[in-house]
Design a protein around this ligand. Sequence first.
Ligand SMILES: [Ca+2]
Ligand SMILES: [Ca+2]
Length: 357
Amino acid sequence: MGARRTTAVVGALPIGTRTDFLHGSVTRLSTAVRRDSRRVRQGSSAAPVPVASCVTVNAPQVVHSTGAELTWPAYTDPSTATGDDIVEYQVHRSVFQSFTPSSQTLVSPVANDRTAFTDSTATPTPADSADSFGNVFYYMVAVKTKDGQIIPAPTQIVRLPKAGRTTMVLQGIGTDTTLASAQPTSGHDQLSDSDINRTWLSVGNNSSTYGKTRSLLKFPLSGIPASSRVLEAQLDLWGFTTTTGTDGAVYEVHGLTKDFDETAATWNNTTATTPWTTAGGDMDAAVADTVGTVTNDPARQSWYLTSLAQNWVTNPASNKGLALRLQDESAAGPQERTVFLSSEAEEAQLRPQLVVT
Ligand SMILES: [Ca+2]
Ligand SMILES: [Ca+2]
């Protein structure tokens, strides 16, 4: 079980002035997402290094206590000259975010016809260590060329789990949509904002257009063996904007008890033809976790769903997804709505993710 830390948030959001989502005042968005140096997230990458023809390692989806399972796009040979032809890839690893690849950081050369490597060389942090996670490393895939150059690349941060553990990062591969009580027969896989369809999810109770909104999300966990023990499952959503009428809103996660079709689900229906038993989504009464005090600053919000995810792993048929809703959706309760980026958002690193260890 890990402590509640994660997230190096890296990324940029669109620039500009826009009308506030779901009817409201005009707000000015900052040009870039602030970086929160207190937190380190699995699978975020460093700022791009402007190097021609470098190879940027992908955010890993599977991380072992001995290292990450890495993949990367193939090197693009920049010219017909032979000097810049690839000889081999090189996987490098450092405890520093910025480093020059050298023999001291080299983990392994990789043949030039391969674009994957599983690092198994890190010394695992003992399972009984007081730390909740193992070491943090930065990986780089460099390219060695025929003329002897080593082309560096942006690094990828990875936090290793402790000995005997594996972390799966599920991002951008789930399904999600919004249910809206004031438009109970319309699907909202995208939300309209100033007549533009946005890849957003909404949770709240103070929209004159949509009424109460709840977000549904589902992550496929089929890659995790059913016998696995889940030590921690962390849901991360990128909060894009929050509109608060009265303070105090609390955001709850519940396990869904009926599957949903992300393109057809509505407040009334779970698919195009099947109604929910209870309009607004059939869900467990139990609350898996809550988050309060969401401000209008763009920020990652995290919920911890360990026992819910354990059920999904042990009994895959029980994984119907989850619902995110306000604790008190009534007119007497705190009035607020938050827009989160969805699994179709352009900013791949800011899409919803479930990190399971
Ligand atoms: Ca060439
Ligand atoms: Ca979606």
